[in-house]
Design a binder for this molecule. Structure first.
Ligand code: GTP
Length: 810
């Protein structure tokens, strides 16, 4: 083996170690940032679900995926080797080699949640408890686990960056351990040539760990040692080390001495920044020290045990026992066969020693070239084997550290990353499902909402039209019906199928006039009823039109109005009953009275003021008066009567005509009177005319009396018409007032129906808007989560590739 060989090997090992370390630190940092991002995402954007995997068909990577908060819903998934899950395709069956299937029991390594809360007497009760956990509480547990993992990662980072390494040097009594340590340190520190009873462990550190001060600290028993705390040790000078060690030789009990040396790393391969090796010079092995040293060697922080054996003595019984135990526990033995210079038959010695090692520690023997060295520690500077040994020791320490320190970190990271990948890919599946759900909801809800929005104005317009049309139709119809009826009554004929009473003769003329009045008034009341009925019909049509508008504009699934329009309830006076159920009693106590609202619930026929029969009902003085001084333009028929039609005899005819209510021209009457006065002004005429006038008067009276049965209805009718047309207190005309009332009532009903529809429409619109808004928010959230978890998978992948995790084995 050449000089350059082991040195180059050590350099390679150091490079590899450093690279491995750097990659791990980078991977640790990236992993930590992924963890902290997941925690933030879990808190702010998405309740991270905790997946659980169950076995799929045998020999397949297929698994069934469920979530801790919903264990019943199972989705078949495919598990990749890095344990990311994807939805399983029905077609891919048994597509993977069986041996590459990740162990199912470890669906999570690091992030596994102990969800068996409460009483866990049986597996069934435990799983039922799990299913009761809320999504958010599981997410909370997961967050705690992520936080714990992040904290653990911090510790690992420190461990990876930690350069300090401990090498325990032990061996037989007087084998030259102290000489070896001194040679490695390039300084005579450890006392050599002591009585072979040294019982102190001397741990050599760099003075920088003791604020740059060279010193010996005698660590007090049973206390946790810290160089900064003087109460945990007794300090002494390096020069006194020999005396101190000698003192413990006599006392015969084990002690730990910390030795701080300045400039330790200047020339030494042992301390160069990558690893700073602290050598521990242990007491020589004998029956007493064997146990203590074996115990010491087992400590976690001991990276390598260097076993020193004297070439002259080979292995003692204690040495064999130690080596046997140590090699069974950890394969980290480095054997230095010392005092090789004293041996004459070197080959034989080498053969014998190696043979012994083979029996004691086969693994060390297999790697003997690197792990077993024959040296002369007393003349280290001139012995090339010593340098080789030194380099080999350093390489071994690095390899050991890589295995003992870096590899576990790498394994942890790999496990953690695969856990996170499982978590991310499962949550991505959830996000995809939610996205699809939100989109299918939107596909239904959005068009409905848009249709409602665009139809809103049309609906409004439709409702207004129905209301206005209905009201004006009702008003026009009412006016028409009432005016017709009034005209008929005005001409003395009752309308709406009513008949005049039969004439009882002159003696009961008064009663006759009263009955006629009643009949005519009642017929007007019936006309009002008829107008109301017309309005009911018109309103019913309007209500139906509104319902049709509702059918057209309200989306499916929205409850239609449950109001039932009762036409008979229109124009009714509402009196509240006494019952507790207001609605019911109201309906029961509704009384329908024609013209109710207008006449305080009393029709014309029942109004006392209207019923009064006066002498004027018999002889219509008012009417005559009205004829003379009334509205000249009132009747177009006035002018139709030619004055010529009234002859001389027309005097009486004129009077009769007045009573008879036939169309009489105003001019004709005036002309008749003028002629009559002319006539009486003539002397000759006066002589013969008076008897004639007397006869005519008698005739006229007889005529009037005979005409009474037909003239009374006309008179009464005219009077009624006149009285309802003009009212004393300046109220609106009868037919106008009724038409107004009827249209008001129509409007009330139609308005209520449209209000109801509008409210329903508004409510439905709002509901759909919220639905769409929620679905859109869900879509956005799911889309973000889907992308985000996808990016996590990419990040994990890049951490793995960049750090060559799982690929490098030193
Ligand atoms: N010739 C020769 N002598 C050595 C060698 N190594 C050590 N010695 C001598 O062996 C004697 C014992 O050396 P130490 O270093 O004290 O041995 P030790 O193992 O520390 O002794 P204990 O701690 O008391 O068990 C000393 O006189 C050394 O000079 C070597 O490689 N060659």
């Amino acid at each position: 083996m050449s000089d350059a060989g082991p040195v180059a090997k050590a350099d390679d090992a150091e490079d590899a170690y450093n690279q491995h370390k750097t990659r791990l630190v980078d991977a640790i940092d990236s992993t930590k940032s992924i963890l902290s991002d997941i925690r933030i995402f879990n808190k702010d954007d998405w309740v991270v679900r905790y997946p659980q995997l169950r076995e799929g068909p045998e020999g397949s990577l297929r698994r069934s995926l469920s979530f801790a908060d919903d264990p019943k819903t199972q989705t078949p998934v495919k598990l990749s080797l890095t344990r990311s899950v994807t939805v399983a395709d029905v077609t891919d069956v048994k597509d993977e080699p069986t041996e590459s299937i990740p162990p199912l029991s470890s669906d999570f390594h690091v992030l596994r949640l102990d969800l068996k809360l409460g009483s866990t007497s049986s597996a069934a009760s435990a799983s039922s408890l799990v299913s009761q956990l809320e999504k958010s509480s599981i997410a909370h547990l997961l967050d705690e686990r992520l936080a714990a993992s992040a904290a653990h990662i911090d510790k690992l980072r420190l461990r990876v960056l930690d350069t300090s390494s401990k090498v325990l040097v032990t061996g037989d009594l007087n084998a030259g351990k102290s000489t070896l340590v001194n040679s490695l340190l390039r300084r005579q520190v450890m006392p050599v040539d002591q009585q072979p009873l040294t019982t102190a462990f001397c741990e050599v550190h760099d003075a920088s760990e003791n604020a740059g001060v060279e010193a010996v600290h005698i660590v007090k028993e049973g206390v946790a040692y810290t160089p900064a705390d003087e109460s945990t040790y007794v300090a002494a000078a390096i020069a006194d080390l020999e005396d101190i060690v000698a003192e413990y030789e006599t006392k015969g009990s084990e002690h730990l001495l910390k030795v701080y040396l300045a400039g330790k790393d200047q020339d030494s391969l042992l301390s160069n920044g990558t690893v700073n090796i602290s050598l521990i010079d242990a007491p020589g092995l004998n029956r007493d020290s064997l146990k203590t040293t074996a115990l010491f060697a087992r400590q976690e922080e001991i990276d390598v045990v260097v076993f020193v054996v004297s070439a002259e003595n080979h292995f003692t019984l204690s040495a064999k026992e130690f080596l046997w135990t140590a090699s069974n526990e950890k394969a980290y033995l480095f054997i230095v066969v010392n005092k090789y210079d004293m041996i004459r038959n070197k080959d034989k010695c080498r053969r014998v020693v190696l043979e012994q090692i083979k029996g004691l520690s086969p693994r060390t023997w297999e790697d003997a070239e690197d792990l077993v060295h024959f040296v002369d520690s007393a003349a280290a500077e001139s012995d090339p084997s010593f340098e080789e040994m030194e380099v080999a020791l350093r390489t071994f320490v690095l390899t050991k550290r890589s295995k003992s320190k870096l590899q576990p970190v790498e394994t942890f990271l790999l496990n953690l990353l695969s856990d996170v990948e499982l978590l991310a890919s499962a949550n991505k599946l959830v996000a995809e499902a939610e996205l699809a759900q939100a989109r299918s909801e939107l596909a239904v809800a959005k068009p409905v909402l848009e249709k409602m929005r665009s139809g809103r104005d049309k609906l409004e317009e439709g409702l207004e039209t129905v209301e206005e049309d209905g009201v004006s139709a009702a008003s026009a119809k009412a006016t028409q019906v009432l005016v017709d009826a009034l005209d008929q009554v005005g001409s003395g004929k009752p309308s709406h199928g009513l008949r005049l009473p039969s004439y009882p003769g002159l003696l009961s003329i008064w009663d006759y006039a009263r009955d006629v009045r009643r009949a005519l008034l009642s017929s007007l009341d019936l006309a009002v009823k008829a107008a109301e009925d017309e309005a009911r019909g018109i309103t019913s049509t309007g209500v139906k039109q509104i319902r049709d508008l509702g059918e057209e504009h309200l989306p499916i699934g929205v409850e239609r109005s449950r109001r039932v329009f009762m036409p008979e309830a229109m124009f009714s006076v509402v009196r509240r009953g006494k019952g507790a159920d207001g609605l019911k009693s109201r309906r029961n106590s509704t009384a329908v009275v024609a013209g109710g609202v207008h006449g305080l619930g009393i029709g014309l026929a029942s109004r006392v003021d209207m019923q009064e029969t006066t002498v004027l009902d018999l002889f219509d003085v008012n009417h005559q008066f009205w004829i003379h001084f009334g509205d000249h333009g009132k009747s177009t028929s006035d002018s139709d009567i030619a004055p010529g039609a009234l002859s001389i005899v027309g005097v009486g005819v004129g009077a009769l005509t007045m009573v008879g209510g036939q169309a009489i021209g105003v001019r004709g009457v005036i002309e008749g009177i003028v002629r009559l006065s002319d006539f009486f002004g003539n002397e000759t005429a006066r002589k013969w005319a008076l008897p004639v006038v007397g006869a005519v008067t008698v005739g006229a009276v007889v005529y009037v009396v005979l005409e009474l049965p037909s003239s009374i209805p006309r008179t009464v009718g005219r009077r009624i018409k006149a009285s309802v047309e003009t009212t004393e207190d300046g109220e609106a005309r009868w037919e106008t007032a009724h038409a107004q009332r009827i249209s008001r009532e129509t409007r009330k009903v139609l308005r209520l129906a449209s209000w109801d529809l509008r409210e329903r429409f508004r409510g439905a619109l709002e509901e759909r808007s919220i639905e769409v808004r929620n679905a859109e928010a869900g879509e956005k959230r799911a889309l973000k989560a889907q992308e985000w978890f996808g990016s996590v998978a990419e990040r994990i992948d890049s951490v793995r590739t960049t750090a060559h995790l799982g690929e490098v084995a030193i």
